[in-house]
Design a protein. Structure first.
Lengths: 220, 341
């Protein structure tokens, strides 16, 4: 394969991977963040304990999280095909990624919010803050650095999932690595895609840490 | 000024735990006058933190009424209660500032909750930071402030909503003695100049002595003694009160071996500067043994207690008593059999 061809191939794979990862991460947060908040708020020592909701939602999150991504994706394929018309390719993969990642994001958010000092929440309650005000102005703001670090971890995990999706025709860099490296015995191409993925992960981790540190007012 | 602002009526709080019911508060009845500085003192685990949290309903009593400004808070809806809470501020042992907001941002927080426009809120917050002497640290974050400075920010924050009451939950317990004095002086000033009622929760007698006018002693969830600070200080009635006034080292003062009379003298300021005891020793030519002394200067006045041991000779001991009575010194006889334990 000529170099220009290779670059074109990798470029296309990279764009697909980034598209899948970023869209899936964004939508996972749109779904997972409120779920994570609701898990904290409704827990037995939360600001509005609702036992049955907490148990059911916690159970659903755990069930989805315990299914390996590859199996989840295969299991979801028929449904995804029904909804968006195709069971393979980047769009289908993105849909599957969201289903798998949203519960993961919910747990990450829950962990971050657990770190918020209960005393600060009590102080806000003593000032007459409503539960909504406490969520928006205290919990999410105080946990911001941890939430951003969590977002970096979530993005990288979703990137890993998207590469895995390549093995069943999901598109992106993982797809290239499997097709050329495994099926066509071109290990060089496989390794190049691996290196590109490693660099991608490094960049995402660094950006995540930088933003989190910049927006953290506890240390400076 | 003598209107009752807070009234707890038959307040009982029970917690359900795995090992059964725990009664944290038992039939608490308490009236706090507007403008008062009311202390609630007790050892840890006595229920004082739970008690103060029933006043703003951070803890909902199992039984009883919590009346604030003539209104039973327990009959209010959550949104109405939140409105009332603007009038009852609270400061905490661990300060509980928002770590991601700077000092002025923290002071603005209650104003923001109440929907005050940002500009107006900031101007008011700056004023309040001046009151607590921290205007030059307005843009510092809590992690950059010392404990005393953090508590000052918390006090400014407590003042922001123009409260009628400030609840102080062990507000100085995390601070060193010097900072404690400064914070107490600030609270006292706020109480006196703004007429804001203080409810002070503490396990330290010194805190009560420095700023409180009235005090209630709580033990095992019950109020065992209450009244004027000076009065209780001079004549503690219950074992719990005595335990608080007599630090650990004084247990031996009421030991069983000696038959000598022991007196606990109380100086409330007017006589502390006079050399009464020295004169007694010189005039009666009989020594007294000093067993314990704890004197403090509060507002430039000496206050404190002293335990002395009178002469072996009953006759001289009687004269010494007479001398003290003549000099108007408030004292109580200590039981030799050691009831304090």
């Amino acid at each position: 394969m000529e170099t220009s061809q290779l670059i074109g191939l990798l470029g296309e794979g990279l764009v697909q991977t980034l598209y899948m990862t970023l869209v899936a991460t964004f939508v996972s947060y749109v779904i997972g963040l409120p779920i994570g908040v609701s898990l904290i708020v409704t827990s037995s020592n939360g600001i509005k304990p609702v036992g049955w909701y907490n148990k059911i939602m916690g159970f659903i999150v755990n069930v989805v999280r315990s299914v390996p991504f590859l199996i989840l994706m295969i299991a979801l394929m028929p449904y995804i095909r029904k909804i968006i018309g195709t069971g393979i390719g980047t769009s289908a993969t993105t849909a599957a990624l969201i289903v798998a990642a949203a519960p993961f994001v919910a747990r990450m958010v829950e962990q971050s919010l657990l770190e918020v000092d209960a005393g600060v929440i009590e102080a806000a309650q003593s000032m007459g803050a409503s539960n909504m005000q406490i969520i928006r102005k205290v919990m999410l703001l105080e946990a911001r650095p941890s939430l951003l670090n969590g977002a970096a971890v979530a993005t990288i995990t979703i990137l890993g999932y998207s590469a895995m999706a390549g093995s069943i025709g999901g598109g992106g860099l993982g797809d290239i690595a499997i097709r050329y490296g495994l099926y066509r015995f071109q290990p060089a191409i496989m390794w190049i895609t691996v290196i590109v993925l490693v660099i991608l992960v490094q960049i995402m981790q660094e950006i995540g840490l930088k933003i989190a540190a910049k927006l953290d007012n506890r240390i400076n | 000024m003598s209107d009752t602002i807070i009234s707890l009526q038959g307040v009982t709080k029970e917690f359900e735990t795995k090992s059964g019911k725990v009664v944290a508060l038992k039939d608490i009845n308490l009236d706090i006058k507007a403008g008062d500085a009311y202390g609630i003192i007790g050892l840890s685990g006595a229920g004082k933190s739970t008690l103060v949290r029933t006043i703003n309903l951070l803890e909902t009593p199992t039984e009883g009424k919590v009346i604030f400004d003539g209104e039973n808070l327990m009959s209010l809806k959550q949104s109405e209660l939140n409105q009332k809470r603007h009038k009852i501020s609270m400061i905490f042992q661990q300060f509980n500032l928002l770590m991601q907001r700077d000092a002025i941002g923290n002071v603005c927080f209650p104003l923001e909750l109440a929907g005050v426009p940002k500009k107006e809120a900031e101007a008011k917050a700056m004023e309040l930071l001046k009151v607590v002497d921290l205007e030059e640290r307005a843009h510092s974050y809590p992690s950059q402030l010392s404990g005393g400075q953090k508590q000052r920010v918390a006090i400014a924050r407590a003042l922001a909503s123009d409260p009628e009451v400030i609840l102080c939950d062990e507000a100085t317990s995390a601070l060193d003695p010097k900072t404690t004095r400064a914070i107490l002086a600030l609270l006292k000033k706020i109480n006196e100049e703004r007429g804001i009622t203080l409810v002070v929760i503490t396990h330290e007698m010194d805190v009560i002595k420095q700023i409180c006018k009235d005090v209630a002693i709580i033990e095992s969830g019950e109020i065992v003694e209450k009244g004027d600070v000076q009065e209780i200080f001079a004549h503690p009635k219950t074992p719990a009160a005595k335990k608080l006034f007599f630090p650990d080292g004084q247990k031996e003062l009421t030991g069983k071996t000696s038959t000598k009379s022991r007196l606990r003298l109380v100086f409330d300021g007017k006589d502390a500067h006079k050399p009464i005891i020295s004169r007694m020793i010189m005039e009666l030519k009989a020594p007294v043994n000093f067993l314990y002394a704890d004197m403090d200067v509060v507002d430039g006045v000496q206050k404190g207690t002293m335990v002395i041991c009178l002469s072996d000779d009953p006759e001289i001991a009687e004269k010494q008593r007479a001398f003290l009575i003549k000099e108007d010194v408030v004292f109580t006889e200590l039981e030799v059999e050691g009831e304090v334990e």
